[in-house]
Design a protein around this ligand. Sequence first.
Ligand SMILES: [Zn+2]
Ligand SMILES: [Zn+2]
Length: 367
Amino acid sequence: MKGAAVFPAGQSLKVLYDIPAPRIESPDGVKLRILQVGVCATDREIASFIVGTAPEGCDYLVMGHEALAEIVETGPEAGDLRPGDLVVPTVRRPCEDPACIACRNDRSDFCITGLYREHGIQNMHGFMTEFVVDQARYMRKVPPAIRDAAVLVEPLTIAEKAFIQAERILMRLPWNLPGAPGAAHQAVVMGAGPVGLLGAMALRVRGCKVAVYSREPETDPRAEITRAIGAEYVSSLDRSPDRMAAGMSNIDLVYEATGSPRVALDTIGILGRNGVLILTGVPGANMHEVVDIGTLITNMTLKNQCLLATVNAGNDAFDRAISDLTAFRTRWPGAVRALITGRFKLEQFATPIRNTAGIKNIIEIAS
Ligand SMILES: [Zn+2]
Ligand SMILES: [Zn+2]
């Protein structure tokens, strides 16, 4: 079968045509026909040979971790999964250390050893291929009604995992407890990429006032999507983060989705009292800044602020992403459709990885 592969040692990308088709080998096995796979910055880093490890004994890694698939075959112990069901597979698989309390509790997204495997990223082939065999427990079922948008589930899980944690932190304030009078939270999303825009949608369905701050001009489609979901778009071409914040009430939550360390640093300055700053970027090393760390820490302490960095996602975040995406599609069908800006064949996989134009580009593998 076909697959989109990276050869980390040879530093090349290739479409392979002779990958052996996988077979179900365990009672809880499921065979997936991959329908669509999204491309993101992680794929760009893998294709630039910065990250990405091939499975043991293999010189290539099949890419792709943001998948929508259809079940085509199940083992006898695959639970309620049936051929024809639509699923989004989770990405991370647990480490084998008996002492890893996270993995032993089905929370490999909080793995302590770092020895987990990830489809299409670390020691495990990804989803940019025709068929994949996996275990039923890692499948999240998707309603057919969101088939056209479900490839966005995985990038949305980043925001969902972050917000599940942020909600718990915000509940330290008694006026934020469920049923308490609390006012709508003011949230700011830094960056209007797919992770930022999906995060903005998730904040809007929870009743937050949302501003999206990004470098594109007011006329950009990203700004139109932002306004369509009832959020404010602020272009960095027109206003500094400080000027934006001056026109707002206390900023309770900032979701940093640009991956820029400079932007992350600037956002600490606009975060309000008792606020939570969420970091999701992985900018890498060697970015130096001169910062008055004394003022920074003093302000964070005096304002009861919380810095929350988060990666990967558990089943709870996947399930919330699936139900949220269902709500997004009902409320803002045009805005959700506008997030997917490019569709490519498997043979063209290198194009959207190399060329960053558009919002979310996807690979169509089967229809
Ligand atoms: Zn991704
Ligand atoms: Zn672990």
